[in-house]
Design a protein around this ligand. Structure first.
Ligand SMILES: Cc1cc2nc3c(=O)[nH]c(=O)nc-3n(C[C@H](O)[C@H](O)[C@H](O)COP(=O)(O)OP(=O)(O)OC[C@H]3O[C@@H](n4cnc5c(N)ncnc54)[C@H](O)[C@@H]3O)c2cc1C
Length: 476
């Protein structure tokens, strides 16, 4: 270990009260990865990791790092797929996963106060005791922390009806780069709406650890909908599936989830869960509706009637066991894809585009063409109701040429998203892997983002190398 790294660890140990400092190289290795292919290819361990246990320690670490120009990378569960929580420029990884208390559930005002390390599924298990729910619902529910979700503005299956995480964050306690602590959304407020001042909460949600570290979140909750129903449509023509989604919107129904799995994904699910016996088809659509029992049944029947002329088969159910079986197919798809090609693994890159709903069939066809061009199998699924698609590329990571080709696949897919009038990331964030597209995607607006970054973090210590290029600080 170099002298400066050991000094860093010694200094930090003297600074913090309850937090843990990790500096043994072997222990730091795990912090070199998140769920991105980029870090699988080139992991980068930090010089030191801090397992923060209180706001005061977060503040002390940032104040110290800011005075010395040391990079600090905030980290939750590291389930991100964009390299966001990995310290690409070294320095300190500041993990807040151990700050994991549900501080208070205010049932009368339907809001909940949490520390940033609370895992999404645990929050909803806790809220369910009061018949409440926090609706954003990422596929990584059992891993992702609320701090990470707010920081990436996570979306998930139910965003089509309930919106992204941003719609459910009322306020944040944030430690700024210089160690100062601010509260957004009005100090001590329990109001559910506000027009007071610049909306710093919205600015900070989605900032991916580049503007501050969240140490407490005030979240909105809502009553659990009393009933749900699920409609499954089977399509032998991709274009018909796209039109079916549009026809449901045109029929005036707001489904709580609209998901697609393509032909390869169906095959993968059947390999993973043979008992599900999903029909072979070009695509399956799943529509979920929620609300009062009578309305839910009416909406499910209406969706079934609306899509029937375009589908080869339509089933619907409001019976919990049957719904759970159908949903299971969708929820296992990310893991199941690996079975399509034994010995392969999934490369998370170019995995999160979002295109206009009307251009989904065209986009899916082009993804198939990209798969053929680069000879890399791709299975695609996603939150089709909002146009968010997750192409899953299968590679043999031991073959350097496949690793090279899959990066070309990711580039072609990002390019496709922008050509379609969409975005390179619908919900996972920019991190390091999508930074090269930011100029093209945002034009002069990127400079406005950089100006905000400079104002809040003039020394550029917070998560350098993510979202936008900023001055690279040096460890002193
Ligand atoms: C199988 C799988 C399925 C997924 N499905 C979805 C999905 O459906 N929808 C979706 O949106 N995402 C999904 N994701 C992506 C990922 O889970 C989300 O981006 C999640 O919000 C990241 O949370 P995390 O705690 O793992 O954050 P991390 O990966 O640790 O960090 C992500 C970013 O947030 C920053 N950060 C973390 N905590 C804080 C904090 N307290 N303060 C400031 N910055 C912070 C980090 O610096 C980093 O930039 C999926 C991932 C996997 C592996």
């Amino acid at each position: 270990m170099s002298r400066s790294k050991s000094t860093l660890a010694t200094d930090l140990r003297a600074l913090v009260t309850t937090s843990t400092i990790i500096d043994r190289p072997i222990d730091l290795e795990t912090y070199g990865y998140d769920a991105s292919f980029m870090t699988q290819l080139s992991p980068r361990a930090p010089d030191v990791a801090v397992i923060a246990r209180c706001r005061e320690d977060v503040s002390a670490v940032l104040r110290y790092a800011n005075e010395r120009g040391i990079p600090v990378t905030p980290r939750g569960a590291a389930s991100g797929q964009a390299g966001g929580s990995v310290a690409l420029h070294g320095g300190i990884v500041l993990s807040v996963h151990a700050m994991d208390r549900v501080i208070e559930i205010d049932t009368a005002n339907m809001q909940v106060f949490v520390e940033p390390g609370v895992v999404h599924s645990r929050l909803n298990e806790t809220l369910a005791r009061d018949r409440l729910i926090f609706p954003p619902d990422p596929g990584s529910s059992r891993m992702a922390t609320l701090g990470g979700m707010a920081s990436t503005n996570a979306h998930g299956m139910r965003a089509v009806k309930y919106g992204p995480t941003a719609s459910w964050v009322l306020g944040l306690e944030v430690v700024l780069a210089n160690g100062d602590v601010i509260e957004t959304g009005s100090i001590g407020s329990r109001a559910k709406q506000s027009s007071s001042g610049l909306d710093l909460t919205k600015l900070l949600v989605g900032s991916e650890g580049t503007l501050g570290v969240f140490t407490r979140l005030r979240l909105k909750a809502m009553p659990i909908p009393p009933a749900r129903a699920l409609v499954m449509g089977v399509f032998d023509v991709l274009e018909n599936a796209g039109q079916a989604v549009q026809s449901v919107f045109a029929a005036g129904i707001t489904a709580s989830a609209i998901e697609i799995v393509d032909a390869r994904s169906i095959k993968a699910i059947n390999l993973y869960r043979p008992n599900l016996k999903l029909p072979d088809a070009e695509a399956l659509l799943f529509f979920e509706v929620d609300g009062a029992p009578a309305g839910v049944r009416w909406e499910a029947e209406k969706i079934a009637d609306t899509i029937r002329s375009r589908a080869t088969r339509v089933d619907w159910s409001d019976e919990p066991k049957q719904m759970a079986a159908l949903w299971e197919g969708r929820s296992v798809v990310g893991a199941a894809i690996g079975l399509l090609r034994p010995g392969s693994n999934r490369a998370y890159c170019g995995e999160d585009i979002c295109v206009p709903v009307a251009r989904i069939p065209e986009t899916l066809r082009e993804i198939q063409e990209i798969s053929r061009r680069f000879d890399i199998p791709i299975a695609t699924y996603g939150h089709i109701g909002n146009g968010n698609l997750h192409p899953g590329h299968l590679i043999d990571a031991r073959d350097p040429d496949e690793s090279r080709r899959v990066l070309l696949v990711a580039d072609a897919i990002h390019d496709l998203a922008l050509r379609m009038g969409g975005t390179t990331t619908g919900e996972h964030g920019v991190g390091a892997v999508r930074r090269p597209y930011m100029e093209r995607e945002h034009g002069p607006a990127l400079e406005a983002m950089r100006a905000i970054k400079r104002a809040l973090d003039p020394n550029g210590i917070l998560n350098p190398g993510k979202i936008f290029l900023t001055r690279r600080p040096q460890v002193t």
